[in-house]
Design a protein around this ligand. Sequence first.
Ligand code: ZN
Length: 177
Amino acid sequence: MPALPVELLARNGGMMGGMGQTGLRPWRDGWAEQLLGRPCVMCDLIGVRENDWGSRVFKGRYADAYLPRSGSVPGYTVAVWNGRHVPEPTQISPEEAAGYWQETLRVGRAVEQGFEHAKMNYLTLGNNVPHLHTHIVPRPLLDPAPHEPLPWSFLDQGRQDESVFAAAAERLSAALA
Ligand SMILES: [Zn+2]
């Protein structure tokens, strides 16, 4: 019987066989429960218009979108699946998935029209909060990593100027009304 990847991993002392990757770590404690939605900050977010983290700019049938106060990228928006807790887009029905992506793209179009960008990025990751959501990121014309993924710190570190943030939230909400 061929060895399982985990057995190969153990045999190589935590190195991916032949790839020379070191520093591999397990996912955090309680991850399996978090995949099931216990607890889930995004399930708790559904129905909230405004909180310390962000401001809702769109309320759809399948997705709600928020402008987060964090980071330093104007127009950075997060579309959140507003139904039952699921970690993966494969775990909703085809009709729900079509609705989710259509509404996410509707928000993306408004961000595209409202904020300067060299390229739009759509990131459906869920590596920290495993509830289906998509980061909609207008990549700035002057960018810390052109042609590459944006370092996460530009999205989650620091806080946007509140008056600029409020104006952006109002503009985006109006565009999506
Ligand atoms: Zn959830």
